[in-house]
Design a protein around this ligand. Structure first.
Ligand SMILES: *[C@@H]1O[C@H](CO)[C@@H](O)[C@H](O)[C@H]1NC(C)=O
Ligand SMILES: *[C@@H]1O[C@H](CO)[C@@H](O)[C@H](O)[C@H]1NC(C)=O
Ligand SMILES: *[C@@H]1O[C@H](CO)[C@@H](O)[C@H](O)[C@H]1NC(C)=O
Ligand SMILES: *[C@@H]1O[C@H](CO)[C@@H](O)[C@H](O)[C@H]1NC(C)=O
Ligand SMILES: *[C@@H]1O[C@H](CO)[C@@H](O)[C@H](O)[C@H]1NC(C)=O
Ligand SMILES: *[C@@H]1O[C@H](CO)[C@@H](O)[C@H](O)[C@H]1NC(C)=O
Length: 732
């Protein structure tokens, strides 16, 4: 194993090739409409709970719980401060914790108990407490239960919880130091917990827990199961340092513990390794950051999606792996167990157990077969079975991802959270849309299709690049939103930005299963399940936009120029997968010539002369599979000014361009003597005036960070080189 890990590190160093697909579109924070919620002096909005039938989003932050309108989270409905008493704060500080930060009440559990109550827990200055929150009065019931085992003491420690039939299942630490990990069920009838032993849990970092209900159609009387996901320190591999291993563990809902052995402990606790690595094993992702279990009535079986990272902290690399529930079940119900083998020097190593396995199978849930054998409850399981599971909680078989490889591997990003939505496209094909957040406040939205992963878009959710700590997705069609929590606040985002696509080609090339082009309205709209009948809508997740019949843009900008001057023709496009092509009189312009310089959002033409008059078109060309789709983004008409005057400037454009901030703009400039100002602002507000002066600042230093573009461009004749714009926006 040690060797494999070293290869991993090496693979990372060598495999410097660009990894992972590029998001087709990047939306800056200010480009999209997002709804924010944050209150002054309130931090750590880390716990979110959605009540879809009431349209309420509950938010647990530091010392306060909010109820927000989930359709518009800026609208606060209730707030409840739950502060630590001064006495507790002092005691906490006496134990060496920070009074200003650690000795506060961080809300860590928000679960729906029933229609009128939420179950809530907070760290409460290292004395975790739980209570019932009355949703009518939005007040605590004042039960002040001990939260030990349900909520961490330390706000910096990992935790997870899920409410199943009124009982809270949690994964957290059980003591002040955080050294005693626990997976427990808090219930009056039969509280259960894990053994406090290294083979059961070894410094785990909990990320997620969820229930998987037994299929009611099954006849084998299987139990509902609760799955836990965490990263822990490996016991089974020898390694110089601590080798981390991503795990899946599960317990059965009807577990009652053992009668003598494993009294009040799980008799059904089993765990296995989750594999997430590239097929050549060059990249091994051995820490898990988050999990989402996609469950849908239309699904044959749930699918588990996890986001992973390599153990090496300095490497920014992430992966998404998906697992089939059947595979997981098979590992637990049929797999081999591991057992500790004491080697010399008291080095314990874990190896496959090949001996006899007691009956009933250790760790199995009570089902029809065990009942038939008179084992009606875990309480009457034989000691042999219980002793075995106590000593062998770890499976030898691992859980292999679907397709035996990650769904997505992406460099230069650290994924933090994931939610997945299953969307039926217009043609009936089903897509799992993954929303994956990053540690820099962004969100990637991706689908997998025949030719790999397609990242539809990247959205900057938080302006200050705050790590996203929580992600939630609502499921109401037509009012579907994504909610993200960070230390600074909560953001509500739509699942797609339909109105950003103004042409059919744009709408289709987005390859977004939520979006389709509606020809009657000339609009990109959300596909709802009910409107599946509308057959003239256009959508193609393969990216074939050939059924689009967008009208060619007739708007063009007219410019006049004088001999020897320089023109700047504006043109910009959003797609990172498209290429900009300039055409002059219908021929592709050879922009490599020193006469031109192609900038990110403009074309410069130097030393204008008569031959340069004519129509310039800026096209965006996007290739999907083997088809190329081009759209005219801007049209400019250049005309030589007959009268030789000092002042030059573009004349009135033929038509108004749409209210687009990236609208084409142009200015003409002259390299000659005195300061010349073009004056076009009254005519065309979007055209910025430019001042041209004789040698003032070299071109390169006056502009934005376009060094890469510039360094690859040919040298430009010195004489023509000195422009300065009065708005510093020449290259914007
Ligand atoms: C709470 O938020 C503050 C402010 O962003 C941050 O510095 C701190 O690390 C957060 N604490 C926890 C426990 O998340
Ligand atoms: C909700 O749960 C609380 C606490 O267990 C209980 O007192 C209350 O009666 C329940 N309400 C309903 C409507 O079931
Ligand atoms: C899940 O895995 C099992 C076993 O590998 C396979 O038979 C089944 O078709 C898979 N299901 C899906 C939905 O991939
Ligand atoms: C189960 O218990 C019943 C009643 O105690 C007994 O009649 C039956 O033979 C038992 N079955 C097995 C498989 O032990
Ligand atoms: C739907 O369109 C996609 C993309 O072109 C294609 O791969 C898929 O086979 C189509 N599905 C059906 C059911 O026709
Ligand atoms: C500008 O173009 C004219 C021909 O139109 C040419 O004679 C002259 O050398 C060019 N000047 C520069 C600096 O390239």
């Amino acid at each position: 194993m040690a060797i494999i890990v070293l290869c991993t590190a090496l693979g990372l160093l060598l495999g410097a090739a660009a990894f992972g697909p590029v998001p087709r579109i990047t939306w800056e924070h200010k480009e999209v409409h997002l709804v924010h919620f944050q209150e002054p002096e309130v931090f750590n909005y880390s716990t979110l709970l959605l009540s879809e039938d009431k349209d309420v989003l509950y938010v647990g932050a530091r010392e306060v719980i909010f109820a927000l309108n989930s359709l518009n989270i800026a609208e606060k409905q209730h707030e409840l401060f739950w502060k630590v008493t001064e006495d507790k704060k002092t005691k906490c500080a006496d134990k060496g914790k920070s009074k200003q930060t650690e000795c506060l009440n961080y809300i860590r559990v928000l679960q729906q108990l029933n229609d009128t109550f939420l179950y809530v827990c907070g760290t409460n200055a290292f004395q975790p407490a739980c209570d019932h929150l009355n949703l009518m009065s939005f007040e605590l019931a004042g039960r002040n239960e001990d939260g030990k085992g349900r909520c961490p003491f330390d706000p910096a420690q990992s935790y997870t919880s899920v409410m199943v039939d009124g009982e809270l299942y949690s994964g957290t630490s059980y003591n002040f130091l955080g050294s005693e990990p626990i997976i427990s069920r808090n219930s009056h009838q039969s509280p259960l917990r894990t053994e406090y032993a290294i083979p059961w849990l070894n410094e785990p970092s909990f990320v997620f827990a969820d229930v998987i209900r037994a299929d009611p159609r099954d006849t084998d009387g299987e139990d509902d199961k609760v799955y836990y996901f965490f990263t822990e320190v490996s016991v089974e591999y020898e390694f110089v340092g601590k080798l981390m291993i991503p795990r899946i563990a599960r317990v059965c809902k009807r577990d009652q513990g053992g009668l003598r052995t494993l009294q009040k402990k799980w008799t059904s606790f089993l765990k296995a390794r989750l594999i997430c690595s590239t097929p050549d094993k060059n990249l091994i992702f051995n820490t898990i950051n988050d999990v989402f279990i996609l469950k849908s009535p239309s699904l044959k079986e749930p699918v588990i999606y996890g986001v992973f990272a390599p153990q090496l902290n300095n490497v920014r690399l992430s992966a998404v792996c998906a697992y089939n529930m059947t595979t997981v079940e098979e590992v637990f119900s049929k797999g081999k167990y591991m057992q500790s083998a004491t080697v010399e020097q008291s080095h314990t190593k874990w190896v496959r157990y090949n001996g006899e396995i007691p009956k009933p199978r250790p760790g199995a849930c009570i089902n029809k077969d065990s009942r038939a054998a008179n084992y009606t409850s875990s309480l009457n399981l034989p000691d042999k079975t219980l002793q075995f599971v106590k000593d062998h909680p770890l499976m030898d078989d691992s859980v292999i991802p679907i397709g035996d490889r990650p769904r997505l591997v992406k460099r230069d990003v650290k994924y933090t959270q994931i939610v997945v939505d299953r969307v039926t496209a217009l043609n009936g094909s089903v897509y799992d849309v993954m929303f994956i957040s990053t540690d820099r406040g962004a969100l990637h939205k991706a689908i997998s299709c025949e030719n790999g992963i397609h990242i539809i878009e990247e959205i900057q959710l938080f302006p200050n690049f705050e790590p996203v700590h929580t992600l939630l997705l609502s499921s109401k069609k037509g009012k579907q939103y994504l909610y993200a929590g960070s230390n600074a606040g909560v953001v509500q985002a739509p699942v797609a930005f339909f109105d950003k696509y103004s042409t059919c080609v744009d709408c289709v090339l987005a390859r977004d299963p939520y979006c389709a082009w509606k020809p009657q309205e000339s609009a990109c709209v959300e596909i709802l399940q009910e409107s599946e009948g509308e057959r003239d809508w256009i959508q193609n997740i393969g990216g074939d936009a050939s059924s689009c019949s967008d009208k060619v843009k007739e708007n063009s900008l007219q410019h006049t120029f004088k001999h020897g001057s320089t023109a700047e023709l504006k043109c910009s496009q959003k797609s990172n997968l498209a290429q900009v092509v300039w055409k002059f009189k219908d021929d592709v312009l050879k922009v490599e010539s020193p006469k031109y310089r192609l900038l990110e959002k403009a074309l410069l033409i130097f030393n204008l002369s008569e031959g340069d008059s004519g129509v310039y078109q800026c096209l965006s060309e996007e290739k999907v599979k083997n088809k190329k789709f081009s759209q005219v983004l801007a049209k400019h008409v250049l005309e030589l000014k007959k009268v030789q005057r000092i002042t030059v400037g573009p004349t009135q454009p033929a038509m108004q361009t749409e209210g687009n901030s990236d609208a084409p703009k142009m200015s003409t400039v002259s390299p000659e003597r005195s300061t010349i100002q073009t004056s076009t602002t009254q005519i065309l507000p979007i055209t910025t005036s430019k001042i041209v002066t004789n040698p003032i600042i070299p071109y390169l230093t006056s502009t934005i960070s376009n060094t890469e573009i510039f360094s690859s461009l040919p040298e430009v004749p010195e004489k023509t080189m000195f422009l300065q714009s009065n708005d510093n926006c020449l290259l914007c």
